[in-house]
Ligand binder design. Structure first.
Ligand SMILES: N[C@@H](CCC(=O)N[C@@H](CS)C(=O)NCC(=O)O)C(=O)O
Length: 215
C-alpha cells in the first residue's frame, strides 16, 4: 500500500513534468482541491522504477493514489472521478447539456486515438523488438497519422473553448497535447482554434502556476 498522501484532500499524484499528468494537476487546481504531486523523470517512465511500479505496473503517469489508498490510472477515468467529487469545477458537461455528446466523442478520440499515437511513437523500437530502422518508420507514420487526427479535430473545434461557450476537460487535454509533437508552431499554422484554446487554458490563473512549474 503506498504511503498516505500529505495533502489535505488525501490525494497524491505521480507525475512527470510536461506529461499528461498536467491534465490531472490542472483538474484538481480548478476544483480547488489540494494535491500532493511527486514528479518522476522521463527516463523513469516505462522503465523499472519500484515506486511507480508499485502504484501502476504500466509505468505511466498520471497515476493517482486516492485517500482510501486505492489507485487510479487513466487520465479520463481520473477526470470523471474528479467530476464526481467536485462537480463545481465543471469539467464534464452534465447529462442534459446540449454538447454532452461532442464532449464524450472527443474525450474518447483524444484518449483512444491521439494519446496512444505517442505510446507507440515515443519509444518505437520497444514495439519492434529493438529494430531501429522500423522504429523510425513507426514514429514517422504515427506522427503523420496524429496530424490528420488533429486536423479532423480542428474541424469540430469551437471557440472560445472546444465546446463553444462551455469550458470542459477537453480544453485541459489540449493544453499539454498541443505542446507535444508536432508542437505549438504546427498548431498555430494548421490548427489555430486548438492552438488558441491551449493558450487560453495556460492563462487561467489556477493553471498558469502549474504551467510555470513544468519545464
Ligand atoms: N491512457 C493513459 C496514457 C498515459 C501515458 O501514456 N502517459 C505517458 C506520459 S504523458 C507515459 O507515462 N508514458 C510512458 C510509457 O507509456 O511508457 C492515460 O490517459 O492516462
Amino acid at each position: 500500500m503506498p504511503p498516505k498522501a500529505k495533502s489535505k484532500s488525501g490525494y497524491k499524484l505521480f507525475a512527470a513534468k510536461g506529461g499528461g499528468s498536467m491534465i490531472v494537476e490542472g483538474g484538481f487546481a480548478l476544483a480547488g482541491l489540494d494535491l500532493e504531486v511527486e514528479y518522476f523523470t522521463w527516463t523513469d517512465l516505462g522503465l523499472e522504477h519500484d515506486e511507480l511500479r508499485s502504484v501502476n505496473p504500466l509505468m505511466q503517469v498520471p497515476s493517482l493514489v486516492c485517500p482510501d489508498g486505492r489507485i487510479m490510472t487513466e487520465s479520463a477515468a481520473i477526470l470523471m472521478h474528479l467530476d464526481d467529487i467536485a462537480p463545481q469545477a465543471g469539467l464534464i458537461p452534465g447529462r442534459d447539456h446540449p454538447h454532452r455528446r461532442e464532449f464524450l466523442r472527443f474525450l474518447m478520440l483524444l484518449n483512444t486515438a491521439i494519446y496512444p499515437s505517442f505510446t507507440y511513437g515515443d519509444s518505437p523500437k520497444k514495439w519492434l523488438k529493438g529494430d531501429e530502422e522500423a522504429g523510425k518508420k513507426l514514429r514517422e507514420s504515427t506522427d503523420d497519422h496524429r496530424k490528420s487526427l488533429w486536423r479532423y479535430t480542428e474541424s469540430w473545434t469551437g471557440a472560445p473553448w472546444f465546446l463553444g461557450e462551455t469550458f470542459s476537460a477537453l480544453d485541459l487535454y489540449l493544453w499539454p497535447m498541443t505542446w507535444w509533437r508536432p508542437g505549438r508552431d504546427w498548431f498555430k499554422a494548421e490548427a489555430p482554434k486548438l492552438h488558441a484554446i491551449a493558450l487560453k487554458v495556460e492563462a487561467l490563473p489556477e493553471i498558469a502556476k502549474i504551467h510555470a512549474n513544468q519545464s
